[in-house]
Each structure stands twice: as structure tokens, then as C-alpha cells.
Design a protein around this ligand. Sequence first.
Ligand code: ASP
Ligand code: MG
Length: 405
Amino acid sequence: MALIVQKFGGTSVGNTDRIKNVAIRVAKYHAQGDKIIVVVSAMSGVTDNLIKLAKEIMPLPNEREMDMLLATGEQQTIALTAIALHALNIPAVSLTGAQAGIVTDVVHTKAKIHNITPKKIHELLDAGNVVIVAGFQGETKDGQITTLGRGGSDLTAIALAAALKADLCQIYTDVDGVYTADPRLVPSATKLAEISYDEMLELASLGAKVMQSRSVEFAKKFGMVFEVRSSLNENPGTIVKEETKSMEDVVIRGVALDKNQAKVTLVGVPDKPGVAAKIFKALGDATVNVDMIVQNISHGTGTPQTDISFTVEKADLLKAQKVIDGLKKEVGLRDVIIAEKIGKLSIVGVGMKSHTGVAGKLFETLAQAGVNIDMISTSEIKISVVIDLAKGEAATKAVHAAFIG
Ligand code: ASP
Ligand code: MG
């Protein structure tokens, strides 16, 4: 008898037929005598639509109220999933994040899980129930509803699996596993049998969009092995786990294109100590996640001036603009230029640690494809470039062909 956490994403619970299929799958495991915790997302499109409704009223709605609103999406699917299990005569009880004992910090819309007290879950499991937990949500110590950032149901699943010391954690999604690239974009992409946390983390945060990156960080921290697999078939998926020596034999594990970034360029920033600190501290305080940063050579006489470019998620762009507008006078910058039509292309692989010439090959491949490089950043296992969005897909194909095939 195993304790299994199964997470089903928005597409997997996208309509009542799909929810019935989820129930059939869960029922099979239940019949084997396994203890099952099901974590579900909102039906696909529901969260986006709730955000849209709020923004029809005002562009930057209060974040506490956004959490109140968005948490309703998952509340629908937990109940529907429980009902679908009841229809199969399986005892099942749904729980909101709060009822499941998920306590978070107070950062609305991006809360971090503080601790989990799974007492209620254990009681329900011991009584023979399948327990269905709303993903993406928790509550603060004071009982305020919070959400865990977009895609946060993954985090709920991994955190519950770690807290409950689950034997298995399965993340069911609409793809078969983790591929060397998005197969819709690169037809020759292949499914990986396994991948390290760090590679997965880079791919997830770089637009491979298989999973929320915070959930993978969490899994790494707690050594929680999990499997990403499809809810539409029985194929084995991709196992995500600690890095092994043999993983380094492959130079590049995957290629990802992130279309969700925007570039902000601050023109005429006084080049003196403390200015960058002021700007990026203010962005940080406003919980804007800044990704790449490039500062140009300074120019001008008197106090020299420079230009600073950085990228943020498109979802954070309005907030970033507000912060920068607030600083404009104080810092004395001349102009702000926003570019939304950018793509961030990245290659990822732990093999980069022991292979040389990877960057050269990437740049050469892009040059041959006629793609101009706008920004570059590297880490031990990743190289990212910002390029023109219009060339993103062609560039991804070319880079995949050059490194993987
Ligand atoms: N429903 C939330 C979202 O769309 C959480 C999730 O799907 O994991 O971001
Ligand atoms: Mg999702």
C-alpha cells in the first residue's frame, strides 16, 4: 500500500468528461488499496478569466481581493472531482487549501508555504477516503486566503507529497513528460526519461512551462522525486530527481523559448553608486521578479549616464512601470522604453559543466539563422539570449537541430 499524491492540471480537469476520467484513474489506484491525495487546478481558462474580470474593473486590483477571487477556481474543481468519485462509489472528500492545513506567509498572489499541518488529511485517509485538495491556495496564520503564484497547484502537490512523505508524486498534465523542446514547436523533440532538478528548474523558469518553477525548487530542497506524465494516456512520463554523474554525458538537455518576458530599458541613468541599488530594491519591494539585467557603457560629461535594460515577466510589467515612474524624478532618469515583442531562448544541460565551446556554437547557430542577439546571460548549466519574438520559433528549431537533432 502506497501513499500517492496525484496532481491534475487545468487541462486535465478542463470539462466534466475529463474530470470523470480523472476519477476513473484515481479509482484504479484506490482499488489497489493505495492512499490517494488528489490536487487539482482550476479548469483551464478559469483563472485567466477571473483575472480578466477583475481587470475590467481596474488595472491593478487589490491583491488580497485577487486571492479571494482566484481561490474560487480551484474550489469548483475539488468539489466536482469529489462528486465524480462519488459517482463511482468511491468515498472522497474535498478540502480547500486552508482546510488541508496549508499555512502561508502574507504575500498575497505569490505566497510561500510556511508549513503544512496535515492532520485533517490523515484522518480522512485513515477513514478510507480519497482526499482532494485545492491547489494554488492556502491561508495565512490569521486566516486570510492566499494564492501561491500562477501554476501554484504544482507547488501544493509537491509540498503535500513532501509533508506527507508520499511514496509517489505524480504530476499529470497535457504533455507526456518533459521534452527536449516544446514538441508543438520542434517536431523532432523527444521525451526525456529523467532530468535533474536543476535542469528542470531552468527549463520551467525559462518558458518550457511544464511546471511552476517554485514547485521544482521546493522538490529539490526536500529531495522529493516526482514524475511528470500525461492524464490522457498510460505512458510513463519523466522522472525528476537529483543529478547523477551519467547525466553530464549529454551536453544539452533541452531548448526553451520564453515568450512571456518584456524588456524595460531605462535611458540616461546617472552612473553613480547606489542608483542601481535604489531601482532594483524598489522593484524587489514591489515583488517584481527581475530576470536578466544589462548595463551599458556610460557616456556623457559631468555625471556620466548609462542605460540599464532588464527583463520582467509580462504579468509584472505594469507593476514595474509604476515603480519606475515613481523613481523617475528621484533617480533622474531620462526615459523608459518598453519592448514586449521579445523572446528568451535558452539551452540547458548539466553537461555544460564539463563540455566547452557551447556558447560559441549557440551564437554561431543563431548567426546562421539570421537572428540578432539582444541580451545574454549564463549560469553553470544554462545560456539564455533575448531575441526578437518574431524569430523565436525559427531560432528554437535551429538551435535544437544543432545541439540535439
Ligand atoms: N489555477 C491556477 C493558475 O491558473 C493555478 C494552477 O493552475 O496551478 O495559475
Ligand atoms: Mg497549471
